[in-house]
Design a protein around this ligand. Structure first.
Ligand code: XMP
Length: 503
């Protein structure tokens, strides 16, 4: 594999994905993984990610010094370059001019890393520190106006001040390919298309003739995990779909339709009453999340006991694995809903066939498994469902108002060809009433907020610039068709500082 050492860059997963897109398996490890441990994985090369720290600070994260002498190529990106320069005897300082955004890179010296790429092209910079003197033996391969040491090299150690992994850098993929195939001499070993057979036989040999249970949510991950497992073990798989009464209009039927088309052995458990009765009167968002979380586990556990399974199947993805390994001191912003803790309680093992995959890789597998295209393209939907989109106290009546408004918004997005252009979109019902006038009569009714965001991974997001005419049309339909609503607003907050969901 290619080992990516994580120094806390927001782009670390993007680096790992680019490497895989280029056909080489990649793994993200903590920055302080020992050289010995890295070597034991037989890496083709090591990439040091960027990160928010400064190398001259007392507790700056530094990798094991021995990684430079393993005989394995190392590529340092941004902070990764600074770390390399610092540890090998160069000097790094806070730059007088910080450099963010586009810069023109000029190649000074012929090098395999720039094979087949023009001598001048645009790259993306994002740094406050810079290398001001190079360690012995390093030479400059390329520079930009603000960064004379934009690309440096000694033997098979490379340092980039710019970010080849972001889309704004032209020829980024070519640079990764050059690093992988011309510097590391890697052999292509990763192709998502081949994975279905491999996964199916892996599941077969793990599970043998045991039984597996799975909580289906209607999302891509759990559906792909279940479909692979079904291919492997047939009806020894039992899927449970919990209807918690917090789903969108028509969603139960829609999702059941998908499961049927994939022949998944599933059972829908109607637990609407239980969830709603427990949520009654509760206002606090975290409390609502907790209630939905443990009630879900309770309902699922009861069903699981009936099956008497040996494994719990989960659609855990690589980003979840990396994140839960987590950087120390990370703060809980929202308690995300998942079934953590269940395997211990049931005394069964966890089966996670997707745990080294990224979302786009799972979508590709889904496509080759024949999942319907509409399902693969569905926006993410939170586990606690509409409970966190009816702000404050949740009741059946408000859920219905929200369902109608949300349905109109989504239906129109699809009609206008905008649904696939935004990352996620939904309506929120606010717990306030405002004054309006309809047909000369005063009204005093509720407010619906519309939220649509562009994002790559949900970690950061910006509000989607939907056309005014579109918003106008949706506003008109919601106010005319949804009883109890007389005002529609559009959320123009980015994340951060806001979050995508309102609770
Ligand atoms: P926030 O609101 O934290 O949301 O910016 C980021 C993304 O995560 C989704 N989300 C959840 N997904 N369980 C989930 O599976 C949850 O409890 C949950 N809360 C938020 C949210 O819809 C967005 O896509």
């Amino acid at each position: 594999p290619i080992i990516v050492l994580n120094f806390g860059s927001q782009y670390v997963q993007l680096i790992a994905r680019r490497v895989r897109e280029a056909g080489i398996y990649s793994e993200i490890l903590p920055y302080d993984t020992s050289a010995q441990e890295i070597l034991s994985r037989k890496p083709y090369g090591i990439i040091l990610s960027g990160g928010p720290a400064s190398v001259y600070e007392p507790d700056a994260p530094l990798p094991d010094q021995n990684i430079y002498t393993l005989g394995v190529p190392v590529l340092g990106i941004c902070y990764g370059l600074q770390v390399m320069a610092h540890q090998l005897g160069g000097k790094v300082e806070r730059a007088t001019k910080q450099e963010y955004g586009r810069a023109k890179l000029t190649v000074i010296k012929e090098d395999p890393i720039f094979y087949g790429i023009p001598r001048e092209f645009d790259v993306w910079m994002s740094h406050a520190d810079k290398v001001i003197s190079l360690p012995e033996g390093f030479e400059v391969i390329a520079s930009s106006e603000n960064s004379p040491y934009a690309v440096v090299r000694r033997g098979n150690l490379y340092g980039f001040q710019f970010h080849p992994e972001v889309a704004h850098t032209s020829y980024g993929m070519e640079i990764f390919r050059n690093f992988l195939y011309r510097v590391c001499h890697a052999q292509k070993n990763w192709e998502v298309g081949d994975l279905v057979e491999e996964k199916v036989s892996e599941i077969k040999s793990t599970v043998k003739d045991g039984k597996v249970i799975c909580a289906l949510s209607g999302g891509v991950d759990s559906t792909v995990a279940a479909t692979l497992t079904y291919k492997a073990i047939g009806n020894n798989l039992k899927c449970i779909f919990v209807d918690h009464g917090l789903l969108r209009k028509g969603e139960v039927q829609e999702v059941e339709g998908y499961f049927r088309s994939l022949s998944l052995p599933f059972k829908t458990v109607d637990a609407k009453e239980l969830f709603l009765s427990r949520l009654r009167g509760v206002e606090d968002p975290e409390e609502k999340r907790r209630i939905v979380g443990y009630t879900f586990i309770e309902v699922f556990e009861e069903e699981a006991k009936k099956v008497g399974a040996d494994f719990l199947l989960q659609g855990t993805l690589y980003p979840d694995v990396v994140e839960s390994a987590g950087l120390p001191g990370a703060k809980v912003i929202k308690t995300h809903h998942n079934v953590g803790g269940l395997p211990e309680r049931l005394g069964i093992k966890l089966l996670e066939p997707l745990r080294e995959l990224f979302k786009d890789e799972v979508r590709q597998i889904g496509r080759s498994l024949g999942l319907p295209e509409e399902m693969l393209k569905r926006h993410p939907f939170p586990g606690p469902g509409l409970a966190i989109r009816v702000l404050g106290q949740v009741n059946e009546e408000d859920l219905d108002i929200l369902r109608e408004a949300d349905y109109i918004f989504i239906e129109e997005l699809k009609r206008w060809g905008l649904y696939d252009k935004v990352w996620q979109a939904f309506a929120v019902l606010l717990p306030v009433k405002t004054v309006g006038v309809m047909g000369d009569v005063r009204t005093y009714e509720r407010v619906v907020a519309l939220r649509a965001v562009d994002s790559v991974d949900g970690m950061t997001a910006d509000w989607a610039r939907l056309p005014y005419e579109f918003l106008d049309h949706v506003m008109r339909r919601i106010i005319n068709e949804v009883k109890g609503v007389n005002r529609v607003v559009y959320d123009v907050s980015s994340k951060p500082p806001a979050t995508i969901e309102w609770e």
